[in-house]
Design a protein. Structure first.
Ligand code: HEC
Length: 239
């Protein structure tokens, strides 16, 4: 055989061997978890991922069916454990938001267990039977109700220290791409209330952050904003 053909033959044989072994490996993936796509994972993805990971969504990667999600299993675990997904630009621990889509620690543990256990489509036990626990998963975050326009007023303010007063319901930062902003209020009694800390902002997808509990800013309160880059902020108050 000519050296070139010989090399080609080796390459082709190698490619076959690789695909043969990877096929075998996936066919022999040991399923070591009872967590399944049908029962636990799919409801979580419907509630927290499908908004972007479906056709026409913000992401080009659809994750609404088992067949779509399975090849991404390793990456899904990574994204969920590091909390890069679902995307949310408010830093954790600063403010508490009714529309925060983040997974609960329990949901994260379910996703990780599902991937580590071989990412099965259904659990052998009780095939096709939906457990009652599904409803308990992914209820937070989707339950909030945005108040009607008529009952609110919105003020657009520059990002600098200034007086504010009212019952604050939500903040909508207007930052440049990748911008960040720390938003707080100083109350007349000297207390500081952190409202939100927004990082790595994406102006293509403006987000309103609805406070889980309205913040009452009595007269004499001041808005304090630390930001990088150009910045304005919409504050939504109860009328
Ligand atoms: C607000 C929109 C949004 C939500 C909600 C969301 N994602 Fe994403 N996700 C994206 C975007 C945008 C990308 C970037 C890739 C692209 O352009 O498709 C991405 C990428 C990914 C990737 C690929 C990462 C890589 O390896 O490149 C995975 C996996 C993923 N998301 C999983 C999830 C899961 C799981 C959820 C739900 C728990 C979720 N995402 C929720 C917008 C979203």
């Amino acid at each position: 055989m000519k050296p070139f053909l010989k090399a080609l033959a080796i390459c082709v044989a190698g490619a076959f061997a690789v695909s043969y072994f990877t096929m075998r490996a996936s066919a022999h993936d040991r399923i070591t978890t009872k967590v399944s796509w049908d029962r636990e994972i799919s409801p979580i993805f419907q509630a927290r991922c499908a908004g972007c990971h479906a056709s026409g969504g913000r992401s080009t990667i659809p994750l609404t069916t088992y067949q779509q999600a399975r090849p991404w299993a390793a990456s899904i675990k990574e994204e969920v454990l590091t909390r890069r997904m679902p995307t949310w630009h408010a830093a954790r621990g600063y403010g508490d938001f009714a529309n925060d889509p983040s997974l609960s620690p329990f949901e994260i543990a379910l996703v990780a267990a599902w991937v580590d256990g071989g990412a099965p489509e259904r659990s052998d036990k009780g095939k096709g039977v939906r457990s009652d626990s599904v409803g308990a998963v992914s209820s937070a975050g989707s339950a909030y109700v945005v108040p009607r326009r008529k009952t609110t007023r919105t003020a657009t303010l520059p990002c600098e220290e200034q007086p504010v007063a009212g019952r604050l319901l939500a903040v909508t930062p207007r930052l440049e791409k990748g911008g960040s902003s720390g938003i707080a209020a100083r109350l007349p009694d000297g207390r500081h209330e952190i409202i939100a800390w927004i990082r790595n902002y994406d102006p293509d997808y403006p987000t309103t952050y609805w406070l889980r509990r309205p913040l009452v800013l009595t007269r004499g309160s001041r808005l304090v904003v630390e930001s990088r880059g150009t910045c304005a902020i919409d504050l939504t108050f109860a009328r």
